[in-house]
Ligand binder design. Structure first.
Ligand SMILES: *[C@@H]1O[C@H](CO)[C@@H](O)[C@H](O)[C@H]1NC(C)=O
Ligand SMILES: *[C@@H]1O[C@H](CO)[C@@H](O)[C@H](O)[C@H]1NC(C)=O
Ligand SMILES: *[C@@H]1O[C@H](CO)[C@@H](O)[C@H](O)[C@H]1NC(C)=O
Ligand SMILES: *[C@@H]1O[C@H](CO)[C@@H](O)[C@H](O)[C@H]1NC(C)=O
Ligand SMILES: *[C@@H]1O[C@H](CO)[C@@H](O)[C@H](O)[C@H]1NC(C)=O
Ligand SMILES: *[C@@H]1O[C@H](CO)[C@@H](O)[C@H](O)[C@H]1NC(C)=O
Length: 296
């Protein structure tokens, strides 16, 4: 056990799109002296919204990437599954359609010569609004970039025919018409510090989650597990070219490092064009920035 650390993490990630979900991170049998940086904080509790609750027992072994058949409950399979979730959101997400991982059934991982590592997964994904669930097979390829370069976004293929076919056109059109000529909207914090979202604001939370999936998909690697924590601020800008336009400040939670990362996102949305990210900027970490509720 000298150069090998074993970290058992009991992580609750949300599966229900409920609002008051607690993520618990506990670790024991941690050899802090060997790899202090690789060890998450002990017994930290963070509120994470809009996610499923599930227990994952995790075993991290230094420098050993999971290969072959994967334990569906361990991080490597869960991380790859979460990438599929973000991918689906970028393709089919809307103010009335937001996807999440409901469970991982099976999977395997293998090295692909020179290019990276490929995960094949059988997972169930859910649209958290309609609660429709589907078993999907998916493939995620994490590309191995050049050392100095920013890694390329993972490449994803997924077959989720039922989820992609969920029809929310009527609600989307109504939302679009309501806000097309009405830009008075300005709000901070979805959910608020009580974990509450006004019913009328839910579509803006969903939209922020979908837009954040573009960032999270792009930023994901084999070593990350991103989830949306909070919309810190949403401002509707003037509609341009028949596209609603929004300025969002979002807080993303990277569960492996337990980092909360702030992004500023400018994007447009319409029923026909979906979400288009126009500008994205990672905001510097600052202590004055507001924390998500109950994260201390
Ligand atoms: C997915 O499930 C099918 C049918 O049960 C099985 O044949 C296949 O090997 C599974 N794939 C993975 C990657 O586990
Ligand atoms: C999804 O797959 C799992 C495991 O293979 C199975 O237990 C479950 O019944 C399936 N669900 C549906 C809706 O097909
Ligand atoms: C503008 O939006 C606000 C907030 O949603 C809403 O209460 C109001 O009815 C809207 N006004 C019009 C003219 O649609
Ligand atoms: C979340 O918690 C707040 C206060 O603790 C409560 O008022 C609210 O109803 C809860 N929301 C849900 C969806 O449980
Ligand atoms: C992915 O992120 C990089 C670095 O932040 C950025 O330059 C690039 O435009 C992003 N790509 C997409 C598709 O968002
Ligand atoms: C929300 O964002 C707008 C536009 O970026 C900014 O003017 C406003 O100060 C922000 N509000 C809060 C509470 O951060």
């Amino acid at each position: 056990m000298a150069l090998r650390i074993v970290v058992f993490l009991a992580v609750l990630i949300g599966v229900t799109w409920g609002l008051n979900v607690t993520v618990r991170l506990e670790s024991d049998s941690v050899d802090m002296s060997a790899h202090p940086n690789s060890v998450p904080e002990i017994a930290e509790e963070t509120e994470v919204f809009g996610q499923q609750k599930e227990l994952i027992a995790e075993e991290v072994e230094e420098d050993v990437m999971a290969t072959g058949e994967l334990n569906p409950n361990h991080y490597p399979a869960q991380r790859a599954a979460t990438v599929v979730q973000h991918y689906l959101n970028t393709y089919y997400g809307s103010p009335y359609k937001v996807f999440g991982v409901k469970g991982v059934h099976s999977g395997n991982a293998e090295d692909v010569a020179d290019s990276g590592r490929k995960y094949q997964l059988n997972i169930s994904l859910q649209d958290f609004i309609s609660k429709s669930t589907e078993n999907c097979s998916a493939e995620v390829l994490f590309l191995r970039g050049e050392k100095q370069q920013q890694p390329s976004p993972p490449q994803v293929q997924a077959s989720c025919y039922e989820l992609s076919a969920i029809n929310t056109k009527v609600q989307e059109e109504a939302f679009y018409q309501k806000y097309k000529t009405n830009q008075s909207l300005m709000s901070a914090h979805l959910p608020d510090s009580y974990g509450h979202i006004e019913p009328g604001m839910e579509p803006f939370w969903h939209l922020g989650t979908v837009a954040s999936s573009f960032i999270m998909l792009n930023q994901s690697t084999e070593d990350t597990l991103y989830n949306m924590a909070q919309v810190a601020n949403v401002t509707q800008l003037e509609t341009e070219n028949n596209q609603l336009k929004f300025d969002y400040h979002v807080l993303l939670h990277e569960m492996v490092s337990q980092a909360i990362i702030h992004w500023k996102l400018l994007f447009s949305w319409s029923p026909s064009e979906g979400v288009k990210v126009l500008q994205q900027e990672q905001l510097p970490h600052c202590h004055d920035c507001e924390k998500p509720p109950n994260s201390n």
